[in-house]
Design a protein around this ligand. Sequence first.
Ligand SMILES: [Zn+2]
Length: 82
Amino acid sequence: MSIAEKQYSCPYTLAVIPLATMSKRKLVVWGYTCERCGYQWIQRTAGAPEPKVCANRKCKSPYWNKPRQHPAPAKKRDQRRR
Ligand SMILES: [Zn+2]
């Protein structure tokens, strides 16, 4: 076991090397939207778990990924679609 092998076993190191070669590379990031305040943010850390709270400082809601549980009003809709 050499030191070099230990470095290449790190996924973060592997992700940095392609950028150093200046090659064109598509990076996939996760975008999140808070269901409570509508705040949108991007999780840049690859492989990171989902945020526990909203990234909005004024919100910080732990239910950012859960839609509001509002009672649906009984609206009369036209059932005939044909
Ligand atoms: Zn929020």
